[in-house]
Design a protein around this ligand. Sequence first.
Ligand code: 5GP
Ligand code: ZN
Length: 114
Amino acid sequence: MSACLFCGIVKREIKGDIVYQDDSLVAFRDINPKAPVHLLIVPRKHISTLLEVEQGDRGLIGDIFYVAAQLATDQGISKDGFRVVVNCGPGAGQSVYHVHFHLLGGRLFTWPPG
Ligand code: 5GP
Ligand code: ZN
């Protein structure tokens, strides 16, 4: 069993509502959604936070944004607007230490975020 929750979902050891996967990325529904559409996009590779992203991961991170836009369209949230969020570290509210990109949409968002 993976020690990391999101590694467990990526490896299908833990149940996840997966909506997209490819060789390097997996996207699944957040268990406690903060918007009508709330997906988490994660690399299959375990990277604990955005600060641990390495030079060789730059293409991977670009792919995440590409897939986020595709998923926003697929999920019907691209027209009205959506948000992609990364919480990095405790002060930003990161609670799972496997880097993940929140894709949120389907409601209005305020700015600045809380
Ligand atoms: P963070 O607070 O680290 O930016 O985001 C972690 C997210 O993971 C939260 O939005 C939380 O609801 C979600 N989460 C926590 N545990 C699980 C789980 O077991 N399954 C899924 N699908 N999401 C989870
Ligand atoms: Zn992990």
